[in-house]
Design a binder for this molecule. Structure first.
Ligand code: ADP
Ligand code: MG
Ligand code: MG
Ligand code: MG
Length: 400
């Protein structure tokens, strides 16, 4: 059935029945398309007899954005499934298992994680994820460490860098995160009530310099194989389990970009809390919970990353005294800077987050937007001065 075309529901079912042992002649399959359909098709296929189920994800050759169509390489589907396979190997159980793929059709058939919920939704519903920081810290420590020059032969690492060149997806990030919020652009998207804030972003030269420095890192620093889009909409959770999906933006980049994505999305939820919890004491407790999660994501990551380094570092020069401390200090600064830039773009740029956008009270929503910008700017402007996680947390709580 190869040669690319977007599959119909029937074709997705027929293919799954044919290629998977999970389904046989007695299977009674049903199929639903559950994606948002902007970049990819996501089919949920279930056998009504055995209750077995799978997800079929197929890339579309374009993105539908503000009425126009933006061409995108289908190679990102190959990258996504290779990264899922790589992450499954490096950090077992942290991503859906890949059952089948067809790179020509740009599709992957994978484990169905429908018993989990998307973390962004779970947070908005007020759920607690006490193991999340530990799980995601472990995921990032393992995937980033084991794909870096610290743990790999340098020539093999360069082969990997080549395999994961992802120019169309990187261009989206370069434009949407590191450029458009700082100039007039048709794709920027914010309510007129915060025009003063948007105007300030366009004229703040101190901020522009720090964004240019972070952008350069994103463009040039092939430090580790990143997930590349590690926001709370790409993370499935239960109270016991954490699973990462959707690495279609993966490429070799600066580690702090993934860490910063997790921190930023927890902080975007943190500023949205008054929109979801009206009781003042409960809102304060929830805010403290989110701040603790932010802090713990970093400390869990740092702890595990250093443990792996001490056990498994392959590079001779990386054993030099003081180098690990230098490396971690830089990672923390990068993570803070990338976190700030991600917060800013989610308020004034093209793509927003539901935590804030779906707050129904306009005044509370606007307060959350202003607070996100204030924290984001504080992190970006001061990221190169941070020397501890306490410094980072103070930049968050000091922002008005
Ligand atoms: P996109 O790249 O288009 O954002 P995602 O991979 O994020 O696609 O998937 C979109 C949605 O489809 C997810 O938010 C989730 O609801 C569902 N989905 C994706 N992968 C799985 C999976 N392995 N198991 C269950 N649901 C999934
Ligand atoms: Mg079969
Ligand atoms: Mg997604
Ligand atoms: Mg995606």
């Amino acid at each position: 059935m190869s040669s690319y075309h977007p599959l119909t529901l029937d074709e997705a079912m027929q293919l799954s029945q044919k290629v998977l042992d999970l389904f046989d002649a007695n299977s009674e399959l049903t199929c639903q398309e559950i994606g948002d359909g902007n970049l990819n098709l996501v089919f949920h296929i279930r056998d009504m007899n055995s209750r077995n189920s799978v997800i079929v994800k197929q890339a579309l050759p374009y993105a539908k954005i503000v009425g126009e169509s933006w061409p995108l390489s289908l190679d990102r589907a190959r990258i996504e499934r290779e990264v899922l396979q790589e992450e499954y190997r490096i950090c077992p159980g942290s991503v859906p298992q890949v059952y089948y793929y067809d790179d020509e059709l740009a599709l992957t058939i994978m484990e169905d994680l429908s018993d989990h919920v998307i973390m962004r939704k779970g947070l908005i519903e007020g759920n607690h994820y006490p193991l999340f920081s530990k799980h995601i810290g472990e995921f990032m420590a393992r995937t980033l460490f084991y794909t870096s020059d610290l743990a790999m032969d340098q020539s093999l690492k360069k082969e990997k860098v080549k395999k994961f060149v992802n120019p169309d997806q990187c261009k989206i990030t370069e434009d949407l995160i590191f450029e458009e919020p700082y100039r007039l652009s048709e794709r920027n998207n914010y309510s007129p009530s915060i025009e003063d804030e948007a105007e300030a972003l366009r004229t703040d030269r101190e901020l522009h310099l720090e964004i240019a420095i972070l952008r350069e890192k994103f463009l040039t620093e092939a430090q580790a194989l990143l997930h590349g889009d590690l926001h709370t909409g790409s993370i499935f959770v239960t109270s016991e389990s954490t699973k990462v999906i959707d690495p279609e933006f993966a490429y070799y980049g600066p580690m702090g970009f993934d860490i910063g994505a997790v921190l930023a999305n927890l902080l975007l939820h943190y500023v949205s809390i008054p929109g979801w919890i009206t009781d003042e004491a409960a809102a304060t407790a929830r805010a403290e919970e989110l701040l603790l999660m932010v802090q713990n994501v970093w400390t869990e990551f740092e702890h595990r990353f250093c443990e792996l380094w001490d056990q498994d570092v392959q590079d001779y020069m990386a054993r030099t005294k003081g180098y690990q401390e230098f490396y971690i200090a830089k990672l923390l600064q990068d993570s803070a800077g990338f976190a700030g830039s991600k917060m800013i773009r989610r308020i004034v740029g093209l793509a927003h987050v539901a935590d804030i956008d779906t707050i129904s009270n306009e005044t509370i929503r606007e307060q959350a937007e202003r607070k996100a910008l204030s924290i984001g700017k504080n992190l970006v402007k001061n990221h190169r001065r941070i020397t501890s996680i306490t410094d980072l947390m103070n930049l968050v709580t000091d922002a008005s």
